[in-house]
Design a protein around this ligand. Structure first.
Ligand code: SAM
Ligand code: 2KA
Ligand code: SF4
Ligand code: MG
Length: 218
């Protein structure tokens, strides 16, 4: 099978329980909840996406014919011999549409831990090391367990209570950020205030913010 990758880059994980961790990001092209075209945004199941995942034309992107080819490109992004456990975050687009057990096995053999950011509508390979589940709008979530639940907040069709039965080590609210070029400091946003108030009233939830946008890294 061919893997379509929009872009690949080495940066710090900006969100959730692994925030601050050096990570290779592998962004797959395509999503089942939005076409990625602005003219379809308003009618999409997921209408607030902050990411361009259309095509394979980004830095480090392309079509990879085999799991071995894609694994090699990921391994080449990591500073081998400099310490730490190599870590890759599969994202997108929706990585559940393309991710395979074979790709993860290949990366495990090279010493990598493998994480995913998913909207939870697709079955995932069982050999992942870290699953971040981020439900979207009215879409049906089929995953019943994850390492972290990271819910963009507020979402009228996806209130936190809807996910009380999901088995998760951590539950995060991530304040909804504007998409496009605009970056507003979290402290100035109503979504941040609302998320803080929800966490204080429901202490099984924690706040996470998109730290990479605050410090202006990829
Ligand atoms: C672009 S998505 C790709 C992975 C997967 N499709 C998903 O939705 O989880 C990566 C992460 O960015 C988050 N995200 C996307 N748009 C956002 C926004 N406008 N504000 C805050 N987080 C956002 C998603 O919730 C998800 O956790
Ligand atoms: N630094 C950084 N951290 C991230 N965590 C999740 C991201 C994503 O787009 O999946 C992301 C991203 O795009 N950049
Ligand atoms: S599910 Fe993820 S990739 Fe798809 S449109 Fe929503 S945030 Fe973007
Ligand atoms: Mg992002």
């Amino acid at each position: 099978m061919t893997y379509s990758v929009k872009e690949m880059f080495y940066t710090l994980q900006g969100e959730g329980a692994q925030a601050g961790r050096p990570s290779v990001f592998c962004r797959f092209a395509g999503c089942n909840l939005w076409s990625g075209r602005e003219e379809d945004r308003a009618s999409a199941v997921c209408s607030f996406c902050d990411t361009d995942f259309v095509g394979t034309d980004g830095p480090g992107g392309g079509k990879f014919k085999t799991a071995a080819d894609l694994a090699s490109a990921i391994i080449a992004q990591w500073p081998m011999g400099a310490g730490g456990t190599p870590y890759v975050v599969f994202t997108g687009g929706e990585p559940g549409l393309q991710l395979t057990e074979e790709l993860i096995d290949t990366l495990h053999r090279a010493g990598f831990e493998c994480a995913v950011e998913t909207n939870g509508t697709q079955q995932l390979p069982s050999n992942l090391d870290w699953v971040c589940l981020s439900p979207k709008g009215a879409s049906e979530v089929i995953l019943t367990r994850c390492d972290e639940l990271k819910l963009v907040f507020p979402q009228p069709e996806a209130p936190p209570e809807r996910f009380n039965t999901v088995n998760a080590r951590y539950r995060f609210l991530s304040p909804l950020n504007p998409w496009g070029e605009e970056v507003i400091l979290p402290a100035r946003q109503d979504s941040t205030r609302a998320a803080i108030e929800y966490c204080l009233a429901h202490p099984d939830w924690r706040l996470t913010i998109q730290m990479h946008k605050v410090v202006n890294i990829a």
